[in-house]
Write a protein that binds this ligand. Structure first.
Ligand SMILES: [Fe+2]
Ligand SMILES: [Fe+2]
Length: 205
């Protein structure tokens, strides 16, 4: 996982760093929005990996697995956004922010807020702009990410609501390699978000 993200970071041009999630209302360009989304997904990947480590330390192994699976999904979103940025002639750029790690209960609340922001505000605005600008590849990558963030919000909320009953054992989640869809069980024939066959799903624990 870390090695794969390293491939993203090798694309970084620090001088071209774009503001992160604060840029939503000001952004008028789909390329700018792709950069903001790439930055946001990459930071979410790093944040969830840090939250996973804390969950392990606190004996919440099952929740740690969820954070790692979601981190994998965010990595996939970042890769997908980066590919569209390059297709549009840009260079993917990001600024990794330091992660504030609290208790697992607090970390879950932070994760839920982040996913809701992307699901309800950031991606809907980016999709609208991309549609106006006929940027179909951007519409697709934003839409897939939005749908997966909605799944993550549910999984995180469930973990928070039932934290006391979550075990210390790891749990294998399954992540779609194309869209990042994140499943507790591999009980489907193909991805319900993007159609990828179940055989390609990545087990993450
Ligand atoms: Fe994401
Ligand atoms: Fe998928």
């Amino acid at each position: 996982m870390i090695h794969a993200l390293g491939a993203i970071f090798s694309l970084i041009v620090p001088a071209a760093v774009h503001a992160g999630t604060t840029a939503v209302s000001e952004s008028t360009s789909t390329l700018d929005n792709l950069q903001a989304a790439f930055d946001g997904e990459s930071n979410a990947n790093a944040r969830y990996l840090a939250f996973a480590q804390k969950a392990d330390e606190e004996g919440y192994g099952e929740v740690a697995s969820l954070f790692r699976a979601a981190a994998k999904a965010e990595e996939i979103h970042a890769h997908n956004h980066a590919a569209v940025i390059e297709k549009m002639g840009g260079v993917p750029a990001l600024k990794l922010e330091p992660t504030e790690v609290k208790t697992t209960r607090e970390n879950l609340k932070v994760a839920i807020e982040g996913q809701k922001y992307e699901r309800d505000i950031m991606y809907p605005e980016f999709i609208q702009t991309a549609k106006r600008q006929n940027a179909s590849a951007a519409v697709r990558t934003f839409t897939l990410a939005l749908k997966v963030e909605a799944v993550h919000a549910v999984l995180y909320q469930d973990a928070l609501d039932n934290l006391e009953t979550r075990t210390s054992e790891r749990h294998t989640y399954y992540v779609c390699p194309d869209c990042g869809n994140t499943l507790e069980e591999l009980n489907i024939m193909k991805c319900l978000i993007c159609g990828h066959p179940k055989s390609g799903f990545i087990g993450v624990d």
